[in-house]
Design a protein around this ligand. Sequence first.
Ligand code: HEM
Length: 122
Amino acid sequence: MTDSLYSRLGAYDGIAMFATNVVAAARKDDLLGRFWTNRGEDRNAQELQLLIDYFVKATGGQMYYKGRDMALTHAGMGITEADWARFLEIAGSVAGDMGVGPTEGGEVMGFFDSLKADIVSA
Ligand code: HEM
């Protein structure tokens, strides 16, 4: 049996690093940075932890996700196709830098794709 995507991505530490780097890059990105203006650091830290929990759970790890669902979370943000494409670019480049292989990279992209309809609203 193939190991879970969770364990192939380096378990909790690998996923926490991936999420941390993606969020850091998105926040300072010219296009995506607008979504994170005027938010306190506490809120940002909480959001990052929720993202890690969500990701760990979705890839087969043991984590209880206590945040909102993806449609509710991102409703009204006005995330466009261009934002989404940029997000995938950032995620792909972070994964590449971390040495994530093509099989796991493809599975991560497939997972993101399954969420797209709930997140992109503009
Ligand atoms: C263009 C892509 C995306 C943008 C611009 C974006 C933006 C945001 C922002 C601004 C928040 C904070 C919401 C708030 O404080 O109320 C947030 C929360 C969150 N996002 Fe995203 N997001 C994107 C894609 C994703 C993806 C692909 C996932 C899942 C893997 C995700 C998972 C989450 C989670 C779990 C939260 C926290 C939920 C909660 O507060 O209850 N996001 N996102």
